[in-house]
Ligand binder design. Structure first.
Ligand SMILES: *Cc1c(COP(=O)(O)O)cnc(C)c1O
Length: 358
């Protein structure tokens, strides 16, 4: 048999996209990926290593994540009838949702610009993606969104609250309308809940149709890869069938168990980052060469008025500061840069470098 060419083997829509790009950050002040800049204190690291010592690496992980599920449900004070599903990062949960809800012609909908993985996962799973433009101040246009819902009858909607990369939360009125009028599953993606003033977790009941998704990534444990989805038990049970049995490795399960016991530390770090965000924004507000957008996350969005974002990106990079240039990513983000809040001294470097290049 003659072998097919790669072109005839790989789907055209896969060949058409670029792999998710992660720049080399070695030796850089890393302000590009919304990580928590603080690590655990040394005494705690020692304790954590003690926990890892007891993990049996020769055995498969707990496939049902029994302990961790029980612990997280207690931690979140979930009522009976609500359950959680763990993913290898919330990225995996996005994919699981799509695999479980996809049928021929099924639509996934999200505001735009928003988290790029919604669209990417839709491409992978061959779900039809519909983006609904945000308003000029990055809020949901409720009437337009409801119109789009009526037209496309989406099986799945993602609302990032706060939104990445715009950093704001949407008006609750708009979100509430979507929650009540959507015919399918709505996932409120609260990756940045620790940095926001409110949440939809408390609004979940065993009777609500929507779900809340969170992650440990943006609050100090990005390396572990653990996200979770909270929703009514019946829905979680269906999604659980699509999950690969051993998707959460033993080291992650043991480490998150440990982290939940030391939750105060991570809460304190998030508080510090919030305060630091307010301080940094206070300073940036004084710089007239940029527009600064509101933030309820651990990152900010700025738009230089007179210089190209690509130029600012490369000049910051030359000073060992890595941020995210969104200038070409979406028309609504024209000339915008996304900057993660780092440690005080890192932010001071950033501000000085910014003043310099502007
Ligand atoms: C970072 C991010 C995620 C993905 O988080 P992981 O758990 O690291 O996969 C999901 N949603 C939004 C909006 C994010 O910004």
């Amino acid at each position: 048999m003659e072998k097919k060419s790669l072109k005839d083997l790989f789907r055209p829509e896969i060949r058409a996209i670029k792999a998710y790009e992660v720049p080399d950050a070695h030796g850089m002040i890393k302000l590009d990926a919304m990580e928590n800049p603080y690590s655990m204190p040394m005494a705690l690291v020692k304790e954590w290593l003690g926990v890892l010592r007891d993990v049996s690496l020769n055995r498969y992980p707990d496939a049902n994540q029994t302990w961790l599920r029980k612990e997280l449900k207690q931690h979140l004070k979930l009522v009976d009838g609500l359950d959680v599903l763990f993913g290898n990062g919330s990225d995996e949960l996005i994919q699981i949702l799509m695999l479980a809800l996809n049928r021929p012609g099924a639509v996934v909908m999200a505001p735009e610009p928003s988290f790029v993985m919604y669209k990417m996962a839709a491409t992978f799973t061959q779900m039809q993606y519909v983006g609904v433009p945000l308003t000029e101040d990055f809020d949901i246009d409720a009437d337009a969104f409801i119109d789009a819902i009526n037209t496309h009858q989406p099986a799945l909607i993602f609302l990032a609250y706060p939104n990445n990369p715009t950093a704001n939360t949407f008006s609750r009125e708009a979100v509430n309308r979507i929650l009540s009028e959507a015919p399918g599953v709505v996932v409120v993606d609260e990756a940045y809940a620790a940095y926001a003033k409110d949440s939809y977790l408390d609004a979940l009941t065993p009777h609500t149709h929507f779900m809340v998704m969170r992650t440990f990534s943006k609050t100090g444990l990005a390396g572990l890869r653990l996200g979770y989805l909270v929703g009514k038990s019946e829905s979680i049970a269906e999604l659980n069938k699509v999950r690969m049995p051993y998707n959460i490795n033993s080291l992650t399960q043991a480490s998150v168990h440990f982290a939940l016991q030391h939750n105060e530390l991570f809460k304190e770090q998030a508080q510090r980052i919030r305060r630091e965000r307010e301080r940094v924004m206070g300073i940036l507000k004084q710089i007239t060469e940029i527009d600064l957008y509101p933030s309820e996350a651990n990152f900010i969005l700025i738009k230089p008025k007179f210089k190209a974002s690509s130029l600012i990106y490369s000049k910051l990079k030359a000073q060992n500061i890595l941020v995210k240039d969104l200038g070409e990513s979406h028309p609504a983000l024209y000339n915008c840069l996304r900057i993660t809040i780092g440690k005080l001294e890192e932010n001071e470097h950033l501000i000085a470098a910014l003043r310099d290049v502007l």
